[in-house]
Design a protein around this ligand. Structure first.
Ligand code: PEP
Ligand code: MG
Length: 570
């Protein structure tokens, strides 16, 4: 079975299938005022028992509560004590003469539906919180106990349709080796809590998960999302050895967090992270990241009905700036178009969206959108070390035009007496071949380059990065791509500007020494990839890296390059 791997690690154990004891509507109607009063009283009583229970969980010193757990519990208390919830239930009891059980089930079902109909993916997943508080109150009404309170045997893999937020907190997870659920997404609570507790988890496995029975042997890979049921002995052996390697590797890598990122001959290599919001920063610092090499701002524009206002954007960038502990944060201006569409913007369908109206091209055309974003970034720039990065640059005119719009944004702020960092650095992504080939020209116009290998590969090799059929041609080790990357790095050095790489290649361990050999000293990648790259560079020197670089540049095809790197890296 394949689901979404949301908390990495491998679990091998026996299934414990937890069925949701769904509350049933009884259909019994209340007869008189006395019954009505009694049922309202039962509801109030169940509400206070639920709040007390949550408070007791918060006070219970046997349970290790993470920040996320406390936030969930506090939100639950807020929901449970919401007068609107009581009004809705009481109305159904008094007007419709529903018994308290049926009134609560109906009220919760309405609220869950409201949340599920929201466009925002995050808010959608909060429907689980509503269902959860409903179940909690119902539990106190019917005095039933849910299956998650049991004590599990060592090595248990929990199989469930979904796991309610409160269950993930109060469940005794000491013997839980993994979670697999039928529903859920990367932002679901099972995912957040499993990650915080370091328990491998796969969500969104679909209805097939219901075929698993108690005590079935299950292998679960929380990175790839694969779940095997009653596997052959050979597969168990294979995964046992993967599990051992994973455990010893992650223990070793965790210890690298505070180790300085320098090669054995003392060359400092900056390891930065690619993020999409302030929420990602905790992970960055936990993995030893030294700042943000790419803040993708598209998230702020997606999952909404209209463009975010300047103030909304300002709050978003300010939060990132404040939480970045004074480390540099490179904010990339919007990179919409191509594969990233905004439903409310009404971008016309194009024959070749990746070659079309995208990123800086939209910004230079719709200067209103661009100036709003630039003003918001500039306003936030006094709260941290923010820099501006322009995506999809193909020629110098675009850079000059964008810089003049940045000047206009600054002038507007000056006129309004708003403070900002006037000396904010401006850099560009090098992700179009023409930009790479003219790196000598562009370097004179900007403060830094960041090489976006994801797009640079697709444009250099004429391979659509989304097309699985031709994915074998999508190859950063193609000598053509390597020559472009090398040229960009050399030109940045010659013109004394910073150069980093923020495409996926920066997190490929096979490429690390080759890139250092080219002279690259700044890498930006997803936070969890940082320790593995650090592990390579702190165990090697630049003499070896240079040697690898010289030999690779003399090889004429990528298969041989990859083979050479496999034999000579690590
Ligand atoms: C890139 O193209 O390498 C890059 C980092 O940008 P994105 O993947 O967001 O297009
Ligand atoms: Mg790109």
């Amino acid at each position: 079975m394949k689901g979404i791997g949301v908390s990495p690690g491998i679990a091998i154990g026996r299934a414990c299938v937890i069925k949701n004891n769904k509350a049933e509507v009884t259909g019994v109607l209340l007869k008189d005022e006395a019954e009505i009063a009694a049922h309202i009283h039962q509801f109030d009583n169940a509400v206070s028992l639920s709040v007390n229970e949550i408070e007791a969980t918060k006070q219970n010193t046997d349970i290790v509560l993470h920040e996320e757990d406390i936030a969930i519990l506090d939100t639950q208390i807020e929901f449970i004590s919401d007068p609107q919830l009581r009004d809705d239930v009481v109305e159904k009891i008094t007007t419709d003469k529903k018994n308290v059980n049926d009134a609560l089930i109906a009220t919760i079902a309405n609220m869950v539906q409201l949340f599920q109909e929201m466009d925002d993916e995050y808010i959608k997943t909060r429907a689980a919180d509503i269902q959860d508080i409903g179940n909690r109150i119902l539990k106190h009404l019917t005095k039933s106990t849910p299956g998650f309170t049991q004590e599990f045997k060592p090595g248990t893999i929990i199989i469930a349709e979904d796991i309610a937020p409160s269950d993930t907190i109060t469940m005794d997870t000491r013997n839980v080796a993994g979670f697999a659920t039928q529903v859920g997404s990367k932002t679901s609570h099972t995912a957040i809590i499993a990650k915080a507790k370091g328990i491998p988890a796969v969500v969104g496995c679909g209805d097939n998960l219901a075929t698993i029975k108690d005590n079935d042997i299950v292998i679960l890979d929380g990175a790839t999302g694969l779940v095997f049921i009653n596997p052959e002995h050979q597969l168990i052996e294979e995964y046992t050895s993967k599990k051992d390697t994973y455990t010893s590797n992650s223990d070793k890598l965790k210890q690298l967090k505070d180790v300085r990122s320098v090669t054995t001959d003392g060359i400092e290599i900056k390891l930065l992270a690619n993020i999409s919001s302030a929420d990602d920063l905790e992970d960055v610092f936990n993995n030893g990241g030294e700042g943000v090499g790419l803040l993708r701002t598209e998230l702020l524009f997606m999952d909404r009905d209209s463009f975010p206002t300047e103030d909304e954007q300002f709050e978003f960038y300010k939060k990132v700036a404040l939480q970045s502990k004074g480390k540099p944060v490179i904010v990339r201006t919007i990179d919409i178009g191509g594969d990233k569409q905004l439903p409310y913007f009404g971008l016309p369908a194009e024959q070749n969206p990746f070659l079309g109206y995208r990123a800086i091209r939209i910004c230079l055309d719709r200067t209103d959108i661009f100036i709003t974003q630039l003003k918001a970034i500039l306003r936030a720039s006094i709260f941290g070390d923010l820099k501006i990065m322009l995506p999809m640059i193909s020629n110098i005119q675009e850079v000059r035009e964008a810089k003049s719009i940045i000047t206009q944004a600054k002038q507007k702020l000056l006129q309004a007496n708003v403070t900002f960092n006037a000396a904010i650095e401006v850099g560009i992504m090098i992700e179009i071949p023409s930009a790479a080939i003219t790196a000598d020209i562009l370097a004179k116009e900007v403060d830094f380059f960041s090489i976006g290998t994801n797009d640079l590969c697709q444009y250099t090799l004429a391979v659509d990065r989304m097309n699985a059929k031709i994915s074998h041609l999508y190859d950063p080790f193609n000598p053509g791509v390597l020559r472009l990357i090398n040229y960009v790095i050399q030109q940045a050095h010659q013109h004394n500007i910073h150069v980093a790489m923020c495409g996926e290649m920066a997190s490929d361990p096979l490429a690390t020494l080759l890139l250092i050999g080219m002279g690259l000293t700044e890498f930006s990648m997803s936070a969890t990839a940082i320790p593995a790259i650090k592990d390579i560079l702190i165990n090697n020197d630049t003499i070896k890296a240079k040697d690898i670089y010289n030999k690779v540049m003399a090889i004429d095809n990528s298969d041989s390059i990859i083979q050479f790197l496999q034999e000579n890296t690590v």
